[in-house]
Write a protein that binds this ligand. Structure first.
Ligand code: ZN
Length: 461
């Protein structure tokens, strides 16, 4: 048991001053007024850690390698072809190096938990790692992700991806997709193996991710959901849903329904579902997501980088919707940048200001942070996202010297950080009650960065 004193802290019901937190086994077990004489003092204002609801870790090593234009002919689909060529060479060891480097970067900017949408399952030839080995080896790539999370100290929600087809109507997978493909039986075995791993690795859990409606059919998705539910009744289920207009058109052609519309009509959607890139969506579909208490996962920098489109965030919030944020392709790794883009795209569309607020919170920055952290926790079925008694101690300490002068009042602090700070303002990071970043540094950052640099040299040779 340990005590910490915060002069300023963002609790679940708003900013508070002069509080002592008691933390035991990673959980906040008491919050009392005043400074306990035994308490260690937080060296700045304290806010809850952010949850990254959507990550493809290996893509971090590829970020920046696909920005060479070809006369306006580039699109999400041409980017995907380049990405497939890149991933074809990655070993489990490479994947662990990339993921560990990425997760350290995430921690330093304030992500304390990540939902890893993991689809690189098989070896370079596309064979299952279990071939001629024990079945436990089926999860060898997943284990690389568990290792990376544990060594970095970030909380992990692993979402192995069910991927079976290259397009609507059970189209044969392409050569570039061979490392993703599992039969439904093999996928369920993989999930059982990953569930066992999650019991061994601290601060981790698993769910599943049917990749998209173009890659999975109803029968396989239903079997996979039932299986993971038999292991964990609240396991998160994430799906890429309507990222590209072409995907919507293909879905309409095949199912005569729009993607979100089809999903709501055909699957039992509930609060454990997270619809990633619900970008192209109408009002009826928005209402359907809200009626089923699901969350949308928005990845503003990746969606901008890939030319996906803009999710109608303010309309969705006005109807009562919930959103989480993700860094997806990791073209950028910063919750600040995701949230800034989320608000600014709405301002540009609506030609208005200060849009993502709450009834009782006037600060856009605070509103963005609290909404996305709380829904991120829901999307990962984790006991995180807010600071209150009974919640996991995942928290960030802000470096007061790096925030703008007008941030000397709590009500302006997150506005200053999200809209006006030019530097990383996160000083210390605690996950599950333990410090993982102190004074802006992670203890493994240099070793990890060196390994990552060596790997990039090899991969880009
Ligand atoms: Zn994705």
């Amino acid at each position: 048991m340990k005590k910490y004193y915060a002069k300023n802290i963002l609790l679940s019901d708003g900013w508070a001053t002069d509080k002592t937190l008691t933390i035991a086994n990673g959980i906040i077990i008491a919050i009392t007024s005043g400074q306990d004489h035994e308490a260690e003092v937080f060296q700045g204002a304290v806010i809850p850690g952010m949850i990254n609801c959507h990550s493809h870790a290996f893509q971090r090593a590829f970020a920046g390698f696909s920005e060479q234009g070809s006369e306006g002919k580039d699109s999400f689909w041409t980017w995907r072809t380049i990405m497939y060529k890149f991933l074809a060479q990655l070993t489990p060891e490479d994947t662990e190096i990339i993921a560990q480097q990425l997760y350290i970067e995430m921690l330093k900017v304030g992500y304390t938990r990540v939902a890893e949408f993991h689809y690189l399952h098989h070896d370079i030839d596309g064979h299952s790692h279990s071939k001629n080995q024990s079945q436990a080896k089926l999860a060898i790539m997943a284990q690389a992700i568990f290792n990376a999370a544990q060594h970095s100290g970030i909380g992990l929600t692993l979402l192995p991806v069910l991927y079976q087809y290259s397009g609507f109507g059970q189209q044969t997978p392409t050569e570039g997709q061979k490392r993703f493909i599992n039969s439904t039986t093999q996928f369920n075995q993989l999930i059982s193996d990953c569930y066992e791993l999650s019991q061994e690795y601290p601060n981790s859990n698993i769910g599943i991710a049917p990749h998209s409606l173009r890659a999975v059919d109803k029968e396989a998705m239903t079997i996979a959901v039932d299986h993971v539910r038999s292991l964990d009744a609240k396991a998160p289920i994430h799906i890429h849903i309507s990222e590209q207009q072409q995907e919507v058109n293909d879905c309409l052609n095949y199912y005569t329904k729009r993607p979100v519309e089809w999903l709501i009509n055909n699957m039992k959607i509930d609060e454990s579902w997270c619809l990633i890139h619900a970008t192209h969506i109408n009002e009826k579909e928005q209402q359907g997501i809200i009626d089923h208490n699901a969350v949308v996962g928005i990845c503003p920098t990746t969606e901008a980088n890939l030319g996906d489109g803009i999710f109608p965030t303010t309309d969705f919030l006005a109807l009562g919707g919930s959103f989480a944020i993700g860094s997806d392709s990791h073209i950028s790794v910063s919750p600040i940048e995701e949230l800034r883009w989320l608000e600014y795209t709405q301002r540009l569309i609506k030609q208005q200001r200060a849009l993502i607020t709450s009834t009782n919170v006037a600060s856009v920055g605070q509103s963005l942070w609290q909404k996305s952290a709380a829904s991120g926790a829901q999307s990962t079925n984790s006991n995180t996202g807010v600071l209150s008694i009974g919640k996991q101690a995942d928290l960030l300490v802000i470096d007061d010297n790096k925030t703008a002068l007008f941030a000397n009042k709590n009500q302006y602090l997150l506005d200053s950080i999200i809209f006006a700070s030019q530097h990383n303002t996160i000083k210390d990071v605690m996950v599950n009650g333990s410090w993982v970043v102190l004074d802006g540094r992670h203890p493994k950052e240099q070793v990890s960065a060196d390994k990552f640099a060596q790997l990039l040299t090899k991969l880009s040779a």
